[in-house]
Structure formats: structure tokens, C-alpha cells
Design a protein around this ligand. Structure first.
Ligand code: ACO
Length: 422
């Protein structure tokens, strides 16, 4: 490929172009500062490629999402979440033998050390489960060595134990006894068992619940260099442990502009319902620049046509709600709100479409998952993506500690003035 030319103060500089396997082109500016003395300024990194990655491909203009080359629609239709974890982390779909070995590891490592149960006691009943999750994952690291030889084992431990920690934090929030994992259940069914079983009576996980969760986890499993994944890479780039990198990613995901949006969507739809269902009023509020209100679950940094995950979820919402025998008026409100917004010039012009969070909350609600656990569900799904990126980063010869620069805009040098003279 050819080069890009940059002229600064009449002096021409050349930079190589690099091309990805799907034709994406980037200007390699690694030598920019050393050869020109200037840097790039790109708040929010919307035009900055932070790494080369072979994990996930997104074409936001065409609404394409592929994990390791496989279209999300095919994986959502046919795969298990455990297969997708393996695919993302190790690069290929597992053979039967590989899948059995990987699944056996996930079953074997699903309990947490009994001492960790004491940690839950220290949190107030009002603690948000995302805060508990990120602290617990950091604490989990204190039980294991983080040598390179243990990396694969720690990956297995994290995928297996995160669901136990997540379910325990829910049980803690409602004051119920912890329910231990069962070795005979699939990954999704095991999590639901730990969430919903109680010691007093038998509980069998309905198949439709396990299938819905499997779908939701797959749809959330990776999304290339999003805020939480970049956080995992950034923290990991300093040589911090895998547990710290994942804990930090969970914290990044908790924000309402990222994974926290699924909780906010349901709160917003409930508010619109309570206010009489006036969609236009809320669309107008979202358009008003003097009003901080935004339509949660709308818009995406990358998707500028449609979010394929949201399409899959919208398609399955009616089916899942029917199978569960749930009639949720919020689904109707969501569909109507989408219709009103998508016809509105403001949303059309800015290419704002429903993202994955717009319909996921409705499915989680129908499954009986409480609203403040929604973002935790997102974390369970996104974990294999974080792990895959962390692992890729560690093996990348180009990897250096992540350390952006800045354009300083503060005061110029001045002399210290003693407090009495100010
Ligand atoms: N409601 C109303 N207006 C919006 C919305 C929205 N949900 N999203 C974007 N806009 C407007 C902005 O005000 C801006 O308008 P302007 O050009 O007149 O100033 C324009 O659209 C571009 O928006 P930005 O905020 O610059 O886009 P950015 O790429 O930085 O943000 C984000 C993307 C954070 C997803 C944004 O669309 C948003 O806040 N959405 C709501 C929260 C949400 O659903 N987050 C989940 C993201 S997906 C995920 O993490 C799974």
C-alpha cells in the first residue's frame, strides 16, 4: 500500500498506510512525534486504532458483526456460549474433544473459595451488584498465582467463577442463602439455578430461560475496542494481573453510557409508561440541547445503520415472552418509541438506532432478573471478549504500556507565592 503525506509548516512527512484483512485502512503514526515533534489530538479516540486485532470485525455502516470471522447471526442461532468463549479466546471453534475438556474445566472450577463468602457479608444491602462484582474479581486474584503457566487456568477460573460470584451477589441483595453450582447443568442453566433456586423446594431451570440467556451472552461476548475492553487492555499493558484487568473492565462497563445503559433503558421505559406513554414528549426532550435527557439504548459510536444484536433481540423478544407466558407492556412501549424516534429527522440525521441495550433489558426482565443485575449480566457475557483481548495483547510484540499524550492548556510557568501574600 502507499503512504499518507502530512505537511507541517511546509515540510512534508510520509507515513505508511496499513490495511486490515477487511480492507480497513489506517495511517501508522508510530514515528509521528519523533519525526515531526507533534502529536495527534483525538478525544474519545473515535479516529484512533490502538492495536491490531484478529478477534472481532465490525462494519458499523453495514451493520456487520463477526467473531473470528463467524457472523453473529449464525453464532446466535447455532452455538453455545461456551463454544463462543473458546472461539473468541483461542481463535477457532473447538473440536468435540476441545469443547469437552474446556467445559469440564468450567464445571470443575465453578465454586469459589469458602473464605470469599465472608467478603459478601461486609457489603451494605444497598450495594450495587456491579460494585460487588468488580471488587470480588479483584479479590479472587488474591487466591491464585498469576504466573504465565497459570494463564489458561485463570481464564477458565474467571469464566466459571464469575457466574457464581454474580449469583451470590444477587442472593446477598435479597437476603437469601447462597445456592451452590451444580455440575450437571450447562453454563447458562447453572447460573440461573444459583440465582433462582431456594433450599426449601426443588427447582428445575426452564429450558426457555437457559436458551434465552445463552443467546444474550453470545450477543454481548465481544465488541472489539469498546470502553471496557480498551480498559482491560490498558490496565493489562502495565503488567497488572489478569484479575486486576478484568476488575477494571467491569468498573468501566458499569457506566450508563456503556453497559449501565440496559438498566437505564428499563427505568426510562417505566417512566414513560408512568407518564401516560407520550413518546413524542420524550423524543422531543432527547432532541433538546438544553435538556440532559437522552434516549437510553439509542445511538452507538460504531453502528451508523443498525445494530445487528438489537435486531436479533427484537426478533426473539416476542417469542421468548410468549414462551415464558409474560405480557410486558414495556415491550410495546419500546417498539413504539423506536418507531417514533426512527421517523424523526434528528435521529435520522445523526444515524441514531437502537443498540443492544434497548431490547436486552426487556428479555432480562421477562426472565425474572432484577433491574440492578442487568449490567452484571452484560459483564458475564463480555468476559470472554475481555479475556481474548487481554491474551492477544500479551502475545503482541507491538504491545507497550498504554500511555497517551496530551495538549497541555494550563498556566505557563509562574513563581510560587507564599500563602500570606496571595
Ligand atoms: N439521545 C439523543 N441524542 C443522542 C443520543 C441519544 N441516545 N445519542 C447520541 N445523540 C446525539 C448527540 O447529542 C450528538 O448530537 P450533536 O451532533 O447535535 O451534538 C450526536 O447524537 C452524536 O452523539 P455523541 O454523543 O457525540 O456520540 P458518541 O459516539 O460519543 O456516543 C453513545 C455514543 C455514548 C452510545 C451515545 O449515543 C449515547 O449516549 N447513547 C445513550 C446511552 C447508551 O445507549 N449507551 C449504550 C451504548 S452501547 C453499549 O455499550 C452496549
Amino acid at each position: 500500500m502507499s503512504t499518507a503525506k502530512l505537511i507541517i509548516n511546509d515540510q512534508e512527512h510520509e507515513f505508511p498506510l496499513i490495511e486490515g484483512s477487511e480492507g480497513e485502512v489506517g495511517i501508522n503514526v508510530r514515528s509521528l512525534r519523533s519525526s515531526t515533534g507533534v502529536i495527534t489530538l483525538d478525544p474519545g479516540y473515535a479516529n484512533t486504532g490502538s492495536c491490531r486485532s484478529a478477534i472481532t470485525f465490525i462494519d458499523g455502516e453495514k451493520g456487520i458483526l463477526r467473531y473470528r470471522g463467524y457472523p453473529i447471526e449464525q453464532l446466535a442461532e447455532n452455538a453455545s456460549f461456551v463454544e463462543v468463549c473458546y472461539l473468541l479466546i483461542y481463535g477457532e471453534l473447538p473440536t468435540q474433544a476441545q469443547l469437552e475438556e474446556f467445559s469440564a474445566g468450567l464445571v470443575y472450577h465453578s465454586m469459589i473459595h469458602e473464605d470469599m463468602k465472608k467478603f459478601f457479608e461486609g457489603y451494605p444491602p444497598t450495594a450495587h451488584p456491579m460494585s460487588i462484582l468488580s471488587s470480588m474479581i479483584s479479590s479472587l486474584g488474591t487466591f491464585y498465582s498469576d504466573t504465565e503457566a497459570e494463564t489458561d487456568l485463570n481464564i477458565t477460573r474467571l469464566i466459571s467463577k464469575i457466574k457464581t460470584i454474580a449469583a451470590f451477589s444477587y442472593k446477598k441483595s435479597c437476603g437469601q442463602p447462597f445456592i451452590y453450582p451444580r455440575n450437571d447443568l450447562s453454563y447458562s442453566a447453572n447460573f440461573l439455578h444459583m440465582m433462582f433456586a431456594v433450599p426449601a423446594e426443588p427447582y428445575e431451570v426452564p429450558d426457555v430461560l437457559a436458551r434465552s440467556l445463552n443467546l444474550l451472552l453470545i450477543l454481548h461476548a465481544d465488541h472489539e475496542q469498546n470502553c471496557s475492553t480498551s480498559t482491560a487492555r490498558m490496565v493489562g499493558s502495565s503488567g497488572a494481573t489478569l484479575f486486576h484487568a478484568i476488575s477494571a473492565a467491569i468498573s468501566a462497563l458499569s457506566g450508563p453510557l456503556h453497559g449501565g445503559a440496559n438498566q437505564k433503558v428499563i427505568e426510562q421505559l417505566s417512566m414513560i409508561q408512568a407518564d401516560g406513554g407520550d413518546y413524542q414528549k420524550y423524543v422531543d426532550k432527547a432532541k433538546d440541547k438544553d435538556d440532559e435527557f437522552r434516549l437510553m439504548g439509542f445511538g452507538h459510536r460504531v453502528y451508523k445503520n443498525f445494530d445487528p444484536r438489537s435486531r436479533i433481540l427484537k426478533g426473539s423478544a416476542d417469542e421468548v415472552l410468549d414462551a415464558l407466558g409474560v405480557d410486558d407492556p414495556l415491550l410495546e412501549i419500546a417498539k413504539n418509541l423506536e418507531e417514533v424516534a426512527l421517523k424523526d429527522e434528528y435521529f435520522v440525521e445523526r444515524k441514531l438506532y437502537p443498540n443492544v441495550d434497548f431490547y436486552s433489558g426487556i428479555l432480562y426482565r421477562a426472565m425474572g432478573i432484577p433491574t440492578d443485575m442487568f449490567t452484571v449480566m452484560f459483564a458475564l457475557g463480555r468476559l470472554p471478549g475481555w479475556l481474548a483481548h487481554w491474551r492477544e495483547m500479551c502475545a503482541d510484540p507491538d504491545n507497550r504500556i498504554n500511555r497517551p499524550r496530551q495538549i497541555y492548556t494550563g498556566a505557563e510557568e509562574r513563581a510560587y507565592v507564599a500563602v500570606g501574600d496571595r
